[in-house]
Design a protein around this ligand. Sequence first.
Ligand code: GLC
Length: 642
Amino acid sequence: MFHNRAIISIVMGIMLLLVLSAPLLAQETPAYLNSDLSAEERAADLLARMSLEEKIGQMTQVEKNSLTPADVTEWLIGSVLSGGGGYPSPNTPEAWAAMVNGFQEAALGTPLAIPVIYGVDAVHGHNNVMGAVIFPQNVGLGATRNAELVGQTAEITAREMIATGIYWDFAPVVAVPQDIRWGRAYEGFGENTDLVTELSTAYLLGLQGESLSAPGSVLGTPKHFIGDGGTTWGSSRLGSAYMDQGETPVDEATLRERYLPPYISVIEHGAQSIMISFSSWGGLPMHAQSYLINDVLKGELGFTGFTISDWAGIDTISEDYYEAVVTAINAGVDMAMVPYDFERFISTMLEAVENGDITLERIDDAVSRILRVKFELGLFEHPFNDPALLPAVGSDEHRAVAREAVSQSLVLLKNEGEALPISPETQTVFVAGTAADDIGLQSGGWTIDWQGGAGNITEGTTILEALEAAVPETTAVHFNRFGRFENFRDDAGNPLIADVGIVVISEQPYAEYEGDDAVLALAETDWSAVERLRPLVNKLVVIVLSGRPVMINEAIMSADAVVAAWLPGTEGEGVSDVLLGIEPFTGRLPYTWPRDIEQLPFDFANLPTEGCDAPLFPFDYGLTYENSESSWVDLAIECAGG
Ligand code: GLC
């Protein structure tokens, strides 16, 4: 009897304790921390708890070199970015994770413990990180025409990002570049709206998966809204020597037909962040375009995510910073990439709200959009890196996919006398060109540093290394970057004639406006190597590494084979696989190739298809090993006076 009473009193005591502590427990786990609730519900609960300072902090993104983790806590900053090349020292995946986690720990030290969302430009792999796999730039991915493969490259990029604690990628560029003199042409998938729509959607799905909450998902950011690829030479706000950040001089019907479809598609497929363009339309900077951002993007297209400005993009609106901030936020910019003086931005925002020039309703709209994404991304549940993925950064498995993408990106422009593939019976190969043995030139801009850089800038395989490793032991490969092989003599003491000569010529790396180029001419040293090698080889192959079509009449005239290899990245074996016939040529031009610079900008609606006014090679052109007859090559030689 006594025993039963004891049990009953213990049970009663526990029940009383639970009843009394329920409100306390409830206080300890606010709704926004309850992952069973929807992102909408959690955002609403959190917003209601936030001060104006906390809200404005969420709308502020700062470059990592402009603040410390302590500033994140003090100023309630909602986002941090690494600009191009914004790497820690040492530049290792582990150091990246430690840096990003440091900012995250500081954010979780704020009263409401709202995690920061850290963003980078991982535009062809996790390309700021030493040792990460570097994929072909989008121009090469465009040449593959392979949406599934493009998606795979993005999926791998996401994995390598999460290894370092980064869940936001300012990619893909969904521009439809119309004039290849633009320094960002290589960031586009091509000149054709349908091609860009298909591949940018595949890329976004690769980054985000079917749901932002899925493991392995990172937030993508289609950019730059809208018309960044349609600016004209000399219209840039940077001056007449440029076209980047210029004016897109088209009517609304053309804007909608040529540049809007990629945005319609990526929004339908889950885009939750979109970056605003530096360019302008109708003379008005995109960052001030309320009609296009509020009415078209958020209204007509139903975009429920958040917009982010470009790098100090708000400043492009007006010399008067207060006016610029008010205009941009009211035009629909939800988060400002400040990237330096965050204190000025925050104080300006507070002043504008206090003056009533920016309403609290507008602030709440922007912050709700940002919070919803942070909840959907699962940042509150997994704010830090996934260390289990660190070994995957730059792994052989990832590099194998990049190698396949390189092979499928190569476009065969000319192949006469079966110069290619290189036969296994070949005895001697001369290799020349400044780009034959250079990872930096293979990769282009946005690689380790913002502008990229020539040289051995990260781990990878150069085209020369790949060739040397792939040819049979009976084939001798000799390299001289300038094409100087005079010392090679046959038994009779005459200059040795090699079976095959390969010259790898290239653009120097560039990014953004630094790449705006009025002439698209390669360096004289490259052409000298071509001229030197010609008499010394039976078959001459020229490989062009460039972010866009460049002037190559000389190559078409003197070489037996010409290959457009774009900016292939770290996996040079993808090139040797095709040169040796292990893989086929399948690539097709993503851009129309001009015969000479005077043909630019192309009038695509009235492009001649014959005679010397026609381009050198049309969009979608590409030869194969089975079919290398080309009337375009014949015309090229005729027009060049051959
Ligand atoms: C740059 C680019 C943009 C990039 C951003 C952050 O200026 O225009 O594409 O995402 O700044 O690096």
